[in-house]
Structure formats: C-alpha cells, structure tokens
Design a protein around this ligand. Sequence first.
Ligand SMILES: NC(=O)c1ccc[n+]([C@@H]2O[C@H](COP(=O)([O-])OP(=O)(O)OC[C@H]3O[C@@H](n4cnc5c(N)ncnc54)[C@H](OP(=O)(O)O)[C@@H]3O)[C@@H](O)[C@H]2O)c1
Length: 259
Amino acid sequence: MNKLCLITGASSGIGRELAHVHAEQGGDLIIVARRRLELEELKKELETKHKIKVIPIVKDLTEKGASQWIYDFLVAEKLVVEILVNNAGFGGIGKFHERPWSRDEAMIDLNVKALVELSRLFLPDFVRNKKGKILNVASIAGLIPGPHQAVYFASKSFVISFGLALSEELRGTGVSVTTLCPGPTDSEFAKISEMDKTKMFKNSFSSRSVAEKAYKALMRDKIIVYAAIPLWQKLFLPARHLVPTKLLLRAVGKMQDTK
Ligand SMILES: NC(=O)c1ccc[n+]([C@@H]2O[C@H](COP(=O)([O-])OP(=O)(O)OC[C@H]3O[C@@H](n4cnc5c(N)ncnc54)[C@H](OP(=O)(O)O)[C@@H]3O)[C@@H](O)[C@H]2O)c1
C-alpha cells in the first residue's frame, strides 16, 4: 500500500473530499463511516479514476470498541497507516438541558472519544516508525463558547486543545498533528446538526476548498489551519478576546438562533 491514509467520516462532505484529494496524489485509502452504499460508491469512483486501492470499513464510531476493532483489523491485515484523519463529527442545536442526552452523549463519543482513542491507538506505531501524520478536524466553533450548541462548541474546543498539545509533545519525532478549523462548509453537516435554519450557513464554502487547504497544511506539518472563514469572522476572531465575555456569549447565542 502506498501512503495509506485512514479517513473517518469519508462518506460525505469534507471527509469525502479529503479522500478525493489524497487519491489524486496517488495515495491508498481506508474510508470509514456508517453508510455502506456511499463508501462502496466512493471506492468504485476513486479506484476507477486513479491507480489506487480503497478499503471501506463500515463502522459506527460511537460504539464501544469500534476504534480498537478498526486498529486490530488493520494489524491483522498488515496494513500500515501513515496518515490518520479524524474527521467524523456532528453537531446539534438547542438548550443543553432540553436536548436529548443520547444525542449529546453520541456527539462526545464521536467528536471527542473516537478521535482521542484512534490517536492513542495509532500514535505509538507512528512514533516507532518515526513517520506519521494526524489531521484532526475541529472547527472555528472551538475558539469560542457556543450558547445553544454548548456540547458541540466544547467538543471542538477539546479537539483544538488536544491537537495543539500533541503537536508540541511530538516535536522532533517525525510525527505531526495538524488541527483543521473550518467555518461554515457546504456538506450534510448543517442539516444533520439542525443548523440549516441559522444565518451562518447562508454563504458557506465548498467542502472541496476546505479539503484542499487542509491537505496542503497536513503535508507541510502545520499545527493549525483555518478554512472557509467569511471575512467578518476573519476580522472578529482575533478581536474576540477584547470583547467582554457576557457580550460575546450573547452575540454567539444570537447567531445560533433559528428564529
Ligand atoms: N460543515 C461545516 O460547516 C463544518 C464546520 C466546521 C467543522 N466541521 C467538522 O467537519 C467534520 C466533517 O463534517 P462535514 O461538514 O463533512 O459533515 P458531513 O457531511 O455530515 O460528514 C460527516 C461524516 O461523519 C460520518 N459520521 C457521522 N456519524 C458517524 C458515526 N457515528 N460513526 C462513523 N462515522 C460517522 C458521516 O458518515 P455516515 O453518516 O455514513 O456515518 C459523514 O461521513 C466534522 O467533524 C464537523 O464537525 C464542519
């Protein structure tokens, strides 16, 4: 296998586009998600277009033991992953105390636990081989607290903090960790996360543009990369620490308002 890259959440959106970008570079792929049909179609498309091998793994990453199952399967098949892309994730809107706990629990299991577990499983091999790259998909949501999306914003805040800390721990080992922070991106995310009625997704960027920027940063071992950021957010984000906290919370809360 050549430059084998494992991408979680490759059946749509940013993950799917990352698979395309990697395939265009001649790299083989392991694509993980729950929907078999979408994964099979992507495998067929990429193997037809490029001289590469694609292995689909149908898995719900919120299930206990799912990450370990994937790792053990790869070891048994003697497949050596060089790039791990922790991309699968979803969000959800509403007041925390009113939202179904099962949704938020699954969100933490996917956005945080699976990402940490897969990193923990693959990193010892990467360090031993003095070679390996991780791309963790966070969000600009991780840079601020998010009233009406408290768990999602907090989960992405975790991803940013975790990835940046790892990138420093791993400095000089030959292993890199890149954290991607996209803004509103056109994918299935907005609908699944019940955010399609918010103002934020009116002018979203393409998943392809986000994937291209992320892949370039990953190849250059950048520790953090921002993509799909509208101009007003580009201006607002650096200034957010100057805004009084209560004011910031009200403004962000209003942005999540679906009314
Ligand atoms: N779109 C945005 O505006 C935006 C902005 C910032 C950050 N992000 C982040 O970008 C990442 C990718 O999202 P996207 O925008 O590309 O959304 P998307 O189109 O909804 O893609 C999400 C992917 O995750 C997979 N997934 C969901 N639940 C899963 C589970 N339990 N087990 C395994 N796979 C699962 C989905 O596949 P199946 O349904 O087939 O399982 C799908 O392939 C997420 O982490 C998201 O938080 C998105």
